[in-house]
Design a protein around this ligand. Structure first.
Ligand SMILES: [Zn+2]
Ligand SMILES: [Zn+2]
Length: 330
């Protein structure tokens, strides 16, 4: 539990003022400008439109490199992500890599288990202590000057969106399309850091508290299959079974079909079933090698194959300590 002074440091500082003002503006604004279907559609369209850039861009591309694309489309993913007003792509992805490296351990920046729901939901993102980008964690993308620019001035695209909406549709479109949509987008995204580690089911015995939650998956275009994701981070698909709807994956498949992105796919079958990787044939089989030893946990880990503890029946009830410490996705 944070002390009063640290709570003040986290939540009450000049940098947090826009966050509160946008909330206030959204709540007061809808009463002032009133309801319209156009306004509601703008809010929903800009919610899901920008959510795609957060989940497919910031998360699946920049943090996990789960698919490939060209430099121009990479820039577009970053630009779209910044319109969500969730800081820059390098900041976002670098912090997310820390989350996977230390999931639900003391070093995890937004673990509800370690520091409570509210901290994991908004505290860590408001706390000035975590405002800097650790470029060492995101060197693979920090080498692009256009990404560094967006990361340095992440408010510009969001502000440009707000101004455009005002220019096109006055206060009405500004309130619904920007203020309401942005507040919902913030909290929709933040549920994955908070609720997706609290409510839902756990298919895979990962070393963290990640859950699969269908409602959160609908809100976040597939990110709610969070236990799947912690189990196998490098997949562009987070819904592993046919009934696990993952809208971002559907769109990415469409973009792959027209040649904009590549490498978009489902995890290997053994990952989905939670089994170990199939054994490769030994080069020089010895007499005692009929039952090949299971691949060492560290091998799987190093290969990024699987980030869950192996299931107990498959390894005689023992849990190798090194499996489940999620690899840093780089
Ligand atoms: Zn992730
Ligand atoms: Zn997580």
């Amino acid at each position: 539990m944070a002390s009063d002074s640290s709570a003040v440091r986290t939540y009450l500082h000049p940098g947090a003022v826009p966050f509160y003002l946008i909330h206030l503006g959204a709540i007061v604004g809808v009463f002032v400008v009133g309801f319209s279907w156009v306004g509601l559609l703008a809010a929903i369209g800009l919610y899901y439109g920008r959510m795609f850039f957060v989940t497919a861009g910031y998360h699946r591309y920049f943090a996990h490199r789960s698919f490939k694309t060209s430099r121009p489309f990479q820039f577009l993913l970053a630009l779209g992500g910044t319109t969500a007003a969730q800081k820059g792509p390098l900041w976002w992805a670098a912090h997310h890599r820390v989350h996977h490296k230390y999931s639900d351990q003391p070093e995890d920046l937004h673990s509800p288990v370690q520091r409570g729901f509210w901290w994991s939901h908004v505290g860590w993102i408001l706390d000035p202590q975590y405002a800097a980008t650790d470029t060492d964690r995101i060197r693979d993308f920090a080498r692009y000057p256009e990404l560094r620019f967006l990361n340095r001035y992440p408010h510009l695209p969001a502000a440009a969106l707000a101004v455009t909406l005002f220019a096109v549709g006055g206060w009405h479109l500004f309130v619904w399309g920007f203020l309401v949509s942005t507040v919902l987008l913030w909290h929709g995204t933040f549920t994955i850091n908070s609720l997706a580690h609290v409510f839902g089911s756990r298919r895979y015995d990962t070393t963290d508290t990640s859950r699969n939650n269908a409602l959160l998956a609908l809100i976040t275009m597939g990110e709610g299959w969070h236990n799947n994701h912690h189990h196998y981070q490098r997949s562009a698909s987070q819904g592993f079974r046919w009934y696990e709807f993952d809208m971002s994956y559907v769109i990415l498949r469409g973009l792959q079909a027209v040649g904009v992105v590549s490498g978009v796919g489902k995890p290997p079958a053994h990952v989905i079933t939670g089994e170990r990787a199939p054994q490769k044939r030994a080069r020089r089989p010895s007499a005692g090698a009929l039952a090949a030893p299971a691949a060492r946990a560290g091998d799987l880990h190093a290969a990024g194959e699987i980030a869950s503890r192996a299931r107990a029946p498959e390894i005689g009830g023992e849990r190798p300590a090194s499996v489940g410490v999620a690899r840093e996705a780089a």
